[in-house]
Design a protein around this ligand. Structure first.
Ligand code: G3P
Ligand code: MG
Length: 243
């Protein structure tokens, strides 16, 4: 059975990476949530995708130029709809407090491939430990040095390299960066690549699988997880496959 992870929460119905989107993902029956983490000016892990605030808040400039206190004052919902005007940029701590009692899996993507946030890995690991979330979390990143750093600090937490295309024998690459699973762009997953992962017992979680054709393809393959903007549709398709 394939797990369904909600990409940035249920980001088509609610503003991405907000508590509204995460709560909707839970209501939609998603098995897990994918989210993006960066650091505020005062070093607090916060959940937001872009390095800049411009696209998803009512403020301009870099996330790293504002303290967490300042970030909480910005509107992270109105860009999608006025009905979400109360939404904030959540801290990772606030999110973990919410998800810890729920039976959900978690994928934290460290957004440190453009800005290398000093201490991001340590802070995320400390929070996961504090909330007892280590066993149901996978940490991914496009910055693969960061994944090796995580592994050196914590021998148990699962890590996964994110990549878009063209890796030669990616199951070997996963091992080379001391990881246990792979988060590739879905279009890079040709059958012989899928077979290579399977032979090497490496779970694969393709992103971002939004068409029903591709969802069915991955379900048929027995892919461990898909990351999608449409968790409700994916769950319905999985539970009621067309004849
Ligand atoms: O983690 C999967 C996916 O979120 C990676 O790309 O840009 O949506 O964060 P992006
Ligand atoms: Mg992401």
């Amino acid at each position: 059975m394939t797990y369904i992870f909600a990409h940035r929460g249920s980001c088509k119905d609610c503003p991405e990476n907000t508590m509204a989107a995460f709560k909707k993902a839970y209501e939609d029956g998603a098995d897990g949530i994918e989210l993006d983490v960066q650091l505020s000016k005062d070093g607090i892990p916060v959940i937001i995708h872009d390095e800049k605030l411009d696209r998803t808040t009512n403020k301009k400039g870099y996330v790293t130029d504002y303290t967490y206190e300042e970030l909480t004052k910005f509107d992270a919902g109105s860009w999608l709809s006025k009905s979400f005007s109360g939404e904030q940029v959540p801290s990772l701590q606030l999110f973990l407090e919410w998800i810890a009692p729920l039976p959900m899996l978690l994928n934290i993507e460290l957004k440190n491939n453009i800005i290398e946030y000093n201490g991001l890995e340590e802070k995320v690991l400390q929070l996961l430990h504090h909330y007892g979330m280590e066993e149901r979390t996978v940490i991914s990143s496009f910055n693969h040095y960061s994944l090796v750093k995580i592994r050196k600090m914590n021998a148990y937490i699962e890590t996964a390299p994110l990549y878009s295309s063209g890796l030669y024998e990616p199951w070997e690459y996963v091992k080379a960066v001391w990881s246990q699973s792979a988060h590739p762009h879905y279009k890079s997953l040709h059958p012989y690549i899928m077979e290579g992962f399977k032979q090497n017992n490496i779970p694969v979680r393709p992103y971002t699988v939004n068409s029903q054709k591709w969802m069915n393809y991955f379900f048929e393959w027995g892919t461990q997880t898909i990351i999608t903007d449409y968790p409700l549709i994916a769950k319905q398709l999985l539970n009621n496959p067309s004849p």
